[in-house]
Design a protein. Sequence first.
Length: 135
Amino acid sequence: MVFTPIRRDADTERFFESTQRREFPLATCTACGAVGGPQETICYQCGAAELTWSTAAAGAVVRSWIVMHGKPGADGTEPPTKVIVIGELYEGPWWWAPLLDPDDRELADGTPLILDFAPAGEELLPAFRLAPDRA
C-alpha cells in the first residue's frame, strides 16, 4: 500500500467520487479562466466563487522530488525507499504524490509523468508513474 487508509467526508466527496473513476478533478474559474486543483473552493487568481469542473488529461512533468529512505529491516533487508514527486499537470496546477514503481532512470525537471491512482484503504488517490516513452 502506497498510502495509509483515509476516509472521505463532506469536503472531500467530489474529489473521491472522481478518483474512484480514476479521474483527477480540476477547477476552472468562469470569470478569468484560471485552472486550479481539486482543493479550490474559489479562484486562486481572482477570488471569484464560480468554478466549473473538468478532468485532467492525465499527464504531467516533474518539477521537484524527494527520496525518502526507510530503516533497514532487523534481518538486514534493504530498507524501503519512496519517491515523492511534485508534478505540474499539463493544465497547470501542481500536485505532489508518490512515484509508483520508480526505476533506475534519473529524474530531472521536466521529466514526463503519467497520472495514475493508488489505493488508500477503500479510496484511490492520485499518484505518478514515469512516462514509458521517456528516452
